[in-house]
Design a binder for this molecule. Sequence first.
Ligand code: AMP
Length: 399
Amino acid sequence: MKKTMFYLKDFNFKNKTVFLRVDFNVPLEKESGRIRDDTRIQAALPTLEYLIDQQAKIVAASHLGRPKGKFNPQLSLRPVAQRLGEILPTRVTLAPDVIGEEVEKLKLSLQAGEVLLLENLRFYPGEKENDLSFAQALASGIDIYINDAFGACHRAHASIVTLPQLVPQAGAGFLLEKELKNLEKIIHHPAKPLVAILGGAKVADKIPVIRNLLSKASEMLIGGAMAYTFLAAQDHQVGRSLVDEQSLPLCQELLTLAQKNKVAFYLPVDHVAAPSPEEPEKRQILTEFPFPAELMGLDIGPQTQKLYTERIKKAKTIFWNGPMGVFEVPEFAQGTLVVAQAVAESEAFSVIGGGDSVAAVTQAGVVQAISHISTGGGASLEYIANETLPGIEALKEKK
Ligand code: AMP
């Protein structure tokens, strides 16, 4: 039987103390400590505004960076509290700690519609260690738990998986709801053809995603460094290109699975290569194997760009994660930018799974033309691979 999840509209929040788990893991400027990009704060606003409007007493909490279980003033949520105070039409107080007596007092003194932002959850090792007593301390005085931190849902941390079990009611916020609705369109009955585009460097991370997509996609377009592990698995000599030797057997297995499932599995047919990413002036186009021993593939070549653009044009659903080359270097960015443009021009329902591909569509200036850009790179990949996440399982049948 399918287990039910509850959403904001299922609850009565009036005068209830609500623990809102958000993802305020924003990039900070090194020197000034100012927020460099507040996209994640903006993404949580619909839920925050709704809870304020519904007269909830809001205890918001997030992690920020990697303080390794210790208090670190440089990773305080103070800049986030300040920003929230500017944006929200209510009083926002920053708690001096995450748990403890003072925080309890502040929770009790919250008025309906006010926000108390706890300090960085990762100041306590119990967060990452999923410690029960830490979760119990977080649960103190809480009536309803709402998770709106999609980007953290793949982590089995205390505030994500144990806390919802300890409070009377729990459910998902608007951002989590939107992420799930859009990602479900990729894994459940996608409009066909579903074209999956996968790139980036770490092939091992993406093997589970490719495996699951091979049961759903019509076509798979591979780029980035990981293409070279697949090409090496087909016994091609790829010079100095990045090859993950340990993943070779699994890549061979996936190539066989693609054939068995009749998924058209595309690998680059030409390459922009150079001795290293630092020597773009020495780049050349390679169309054949073996590659010269001193060269490495750093972007998909012009023929591949054309081929992938044609395949993308025919798609009805698109899932894309990972750049097609070392797009941080302009001379090796063209493949990624061409793919970004093609995805934007397509009429397909398109989902971008966070991370570097988001930077690419931003650079190409086509963000508006993408149906859904996920706020969680790791979380969206894990969701596509496993069709659920620890944080989502923890919410099911919990109202
Ligand atoms: P990932 O985190 O696995 O999505 O990998 C992203 C990184 O892969 C980016 O920093 C790219 O520069 C890098 N990358 C993409 N293509 C290549 C390539 N052909 N060789 C080396 N690195 C690459």
